[in-house]
Design a protein around this ligand. Structure first.
Ligand code: UDP
Length: 326
């Protein structure tokens, strides 16, 4: 297996690349470092500093397994600049997939944002209907991959639909560093540590038990482990195309996350409430039976583990990873 981890210097990608490397797999990373960090990787992991839209067929012929995590990930940005999201997440992906060798294996990082969540927990077979441009580009990418796997017989692939990835490595050395940061758990941790001045809940009048949105938080280490199992599954089987949810299978509301953090800190946080954020949905909780059955995977970390590890990362790196990425 010669594995190329595309977007492997990003938050989730770097956990996947380090996980593969630690287990002795031959893995290299391709990343344009627009949001990823060289410091998120071990120095022994080879990093190709190139945009995934600009790689050559010749370069790609050196690999037969591709983990595709590159792309834009912000719902709000996708609503403001749809073209950027179609370009980065779909057009570049189509070109990239056109260039990879026949019979490659692909693991694609998709998202719970593809669903129209009418019920919960959500099964892979449930109705799709993205509420954001970001989600629409993820659904389009899944269709493209399915077409190449089932109609063109070019690749075999698994699309992993991530729910809410969060947390850091147990030693607090590696974690979430986005700029700007928009995600709940890092923003809450940074606020609790006094690194930011405010924390605002986006709406407390949703149709949920406490009025705040419910999400399914999955530890990034659990998520990374599932990628390795997905690679192994495709290596051992002749499966052509699968879509698999990756979450913890349990929902927590924004207020419940805050309360869990307050329990860890043993103090109350002064939280504000604003209007709802465009593109949000009240519930996103995964049914993870398929991941258990097919990959023999199940999550091992709790919400408390996620919060404690994230706190440690933000405490040790208040300004994120060192900036030597250019
Ligand atoms: N959220 C919030 N305040 C923040 C950031 C997020 O209330 O400063 C809420 C957001 O509205 C959503 C949940 O936290 O209901 C998770 O948001 P996040 O951006 O982390 O992930 P998403 O579910 O959008 O992928």
């Amino acid at each position: 297996m010669k594995i190329l981890c595309v977007g492997g210097a990003g938050y989730i990608g770097s956990f996947v690349a380090r996980g593969l490397h630690s287990k002795g797999y031959q893995v290299e990373v391709l990343d344009n470092l627009s949001s990823g960090h060289r410091a998120a990787l071990f120095t022994e992991i080879k990093l190709h500093h190139i945009d995934y839209g600009e790689v050559s067929e010749e370069f790609l012929s050196g690999f037969n397994y591709f983990i595709l995590l590159a792309g834009k990930i912000r719902v709000d940005e996708s609503m403001d600049n749809p073209w950027l999201y179609w370009h980065e997440n779909v057009f570049k992906l189509a070109n990239f997939l056109d260039k990879i060798p026949q019979d490659s294996v692909v693991i694609y990082s998709s998202s719970a944002a593809v669903y129209k969540p009418k019920n919960h927990p959500l099964k892979e077979s449930d109705y799709l209907g993205p509420s954001s441009v970001y989600g629409a580009t993820k659904a389009a990418a899944e269709s493209l991959i399915e077409h190449l796997a089932l109609d063109k017989n070019k690749i075999r692939a698994i699309c992993l639909r991530y729910f809410n990835a969060a947390g850091a490595s147990a030693d607090g050395k590696f974690g979430e560093d986005h700029s700007p940061e928009t995600h709940l758990i890092p923003l809450l941790c940074k606020f609790a540590l006094g690194q930011t001045e405010r924390f605002v809940i986006f709406g407390d009048d949703w149709e949920t038990a406490d009025g705040t949105c419910v999400r399914d938080f999955i530890h990034v280490e659990d998520l990374a482990a599932a990628h390795i199992l997905a690679l192994e599954f495709l290596k051992k089987s002749d499966a052509r195309f699968e879509v698999i949810n990756l979450g913890a299978g349990t929902g927590f509301s924004v207020k419940q996350v805050i309360s869990e953090l307050e329990t860890i800190l043993q103090r109350k946080l002064k939280i504000e409430v604003s209007a709802k954020r465009p593109g949000d949905v009240p519930f996103l909780v995964a049914d993870i039976q398929k991941a258990k059955d097919l990959l023999n995977w199940s999550p091992s970390f709790t919400l408390s583990d996620i919060l404690k590890s994230a706190l440690q990362f933000h405490k040790s790196k208040p300004t994120g990873y060192p900036d030597f990425d250019s």
